[in-house]
Design a protein around this ligand. Sequence first.
Ligand code: HEC
Length: 162
Amino acid sequence: MISSKKVFALRRQMLSAALIMLAALPAISATPAADESPKALIAKWDQGTATIEVTNYPVAARAGYELFAVRCARCHKLARSVNADYVLPDEWEPRIERMRNKWFSGIDKETGKRILDFLVYDASVRKKPRMDAALAKLSAESRKAAEDRIMEIRLRCENKAP
Ligand code: HEC
């Protein structure tokens, strides 16, 4: 039979083990957040889904997707752009322009504009919460300008604009 003294010692050991584990907890939760450097972000985007479900998008947006899927998959995975965090016209525009200006991008100005329309329309549907959060961070004036632009793009995609 185990003596009560031994049980006591065992309990004390278990207790101190539990205390050590508890003490280690803050260290675990304080481990640095996932690497969010641009390089790590791009690697993360590249690993994500590579296609967008556009069956319910208006015709013009579906046509924009076709362009995007060909033009923006020439040098890297389409997934990079599909999963990127950008949502606002002002976030996408300079990036599309940068890609367009790379050697042999094969993307002319008009195509760049149509891809911008698609990416903003898509963000307004597929990344709506992120878009709302991004808009909420802007000053009233910039928010109004961004909302107007998004509306204009959505109307163009829905073929309602002149
Ligand atoms: C001519 C080759 C080429 C084409 C075409 C191209 N890209 Fe890129 N893209 C690159 C290279 C190279 C990088 C990594 C270096 C850099 O960021 O410039 C990159 C990086 C990116 C990034 C991550 C960097 C960032 O700004 O966040 C995104 C997003 C992106 N491309 C989107 C697009 C989109 C959208 C298109 C289509 C409009 C496109 N790419 C077309 C070459 C290209």
